[in-house]
Design a protein around this ligand. Structure first.
Ligand SMILES: Cc1ncc(COP(=O)(O)O)c(C=O)c1O
Length: 395
């Protein structure tokens, strides 16, 4: 008798440990407990008003809102091109822009277009865990490039020069999740040049552009066109569930991406594309939110030393702070569970972001209301004091 076939090895991807913590959060809420949530990286405010108005008008018009062109509606691609002119003074041809279903599908399309099954792709860690999962699901092999506080968890050109010869590409983010640290224009150019020298594909995740605190983010596109940039509307515009991202492509990838997109997604959701186009004009509304994230960052930065957390890189952007809690634990999942149980505050364990060093780290997300961050600080202060006392050697 033939049983049901096994699932494929490429679908054998680790489920984020964060979801374990999430289940504990749900159990706590169900039991009537309070939770102060610094876990998820999802802005809690609604999308920009202009975006919802545009979506409402499109619905009210009675139009079919059918498929769009595979690479997205031209008004949106032109609007995104104008964004590069406004933010960076760069002329990007709309023809090089492909609209995707969130950056998540942008990554899949980019990996499919750039690499062949079995290729090895360098992933800078700590980083967003889905890079590894997406690569593995496409029969690609992630190669860990570890970084530490010495470079503020950022990749250097020397690290790229030192990659083994079988590596075919590099995935970098700026500002990065989970650290919020950023590469400036000169650093991005040096990385771009290092990749060009080695003939590597360079893929840069710029999804957190716009969410920056002390200076605007530079784009790697200023270094030249031979790079794949991934970006989208989920973070700065807070439109996670609308699922709109985009790619900026080198000429030679435009046709392959158009073909892949036609077969894999037909087009990104039409209503969301219309809303995204309107969101491009909502800088005033969004800047006020970034101001609130900045105050949250500053509040956490001022609180951490009092917690006895001394090793962290102040974030330049995004809404995360990655803190070394190695003085207290070598099991970041257990540490997060204990924090939740004893204080009601929930943060993410570092293991999701760094496959080698993550047991010593936690990620605090601060895209939520300022009152939530304040409450977390209030609860964590005495808790860390107890931990510090327990960690002191007995006299
Ligand atoms: C660095 C980074 N890239 C990509 C994503 C995926 O976002 P989306 O698919 O909503 O664009 C996330 C989500 O948290 C992220 O943190």
């Amino acid at each position: 008798m033939h049983g049901l076939p096994r699932s494929s090895p490429r679908s054998d991807i680790e489920i984020y440990r964060m979801w374990e913590i999430y289940k504990a959060v749900n159990a706590r809420v169900k039991a009537g407990g309070e939770v102060v949530n610094l876990l998820v990286g999802e802005p809690t405010l609604p999308p920009p008003r202009k975006a919802t108005e545009a979506a409402q008008a499109a619905l009210a018009s009675g139009r079919a809102l059918g498929y769009t062109e595979a690479l997205g509606i031209s008004a949106l691609r032109e609007g995104i091109a104008r964004l590069y002119r406004r933010r960076h003074g760069l002329d990007i041809a709309p023809a090089r822009i492909a609209v995707t279903i969130g950056t998540s599908s942008g990554f899949m399309l980019a990996f499919l277009a750039a690499f062949s099954a079995g290729d090895t792709v360098a992933v800078v860690e700590p980083s967003y865990p889905a890079y590894r999962g997406a690569l593995q699901s496409l029969d690609l092999i992630p190669y860990r490039v570890g970084t530490d506080a010495g470079t503020r968890y950022r990749v250097t050109p020397a690290m790229i020069d030192a990659l083994p010869p079988h590596v075919k590409g590099v995935v970098v983010a700026s500002p990065a999740n989970p650290t919020g640290t950023m590469l400036d224009g000169a650093e991005l150019k040096a990385i771009y040049d290092a990749c060009r020298r080695r003939g590597l594909w360079l893929i840069v995740d710029e999804l957190y552009h716009g969410v920056t605190f002390d200076r605007p983010a530079d784009t790697v596109l200023a270094a030249g066109p031979d790079v794949i940039v991934v970006n989208g509307f989920s973070k700065y515009w807070g439109m996670t569930g609308w699922r709109i991202g985009w790619l900026v492509l080198p000429e030679r990838l435009v046709r392959p991406i158009e073909a892949l997109s036609g077969s894999l997604q037909i087009s990104a959701p039409t209503l969301s594309q219309i809303a995204a186009l309107a969101a491009l004009d909502a800088d005033d509304e969004m800047q006020a939110r970034v101001g609130s994230y900045r105050r949250n960052r500053d509040r956490l930065l001022s609180a951490l030393p009092g917690f006895g957390i001394r090793r962290f890189a102040p974030p330049d952007g995004a809404f995360y702070l990655y803190a070394d809690v190695g003085d207290f634990t070598d099991d970041s999942v257990a540490f997060c569970r204990r924090m939740l149980d004893e204080t009601g505050v929930v943060v993410a364990p570092g293991v999701d972001f760094d496959t080698a060093q993550g047991q010593h780290f936690i990620r605090l997300s601060f895209c939520m209301d300022e009152a939530v961050v304040e409450e977390a600080v209030k609860r964590l202060g005495p808790w860390f004091q107890r931990l510090n006392r327990a960690a002191e050697p007995a006299i």
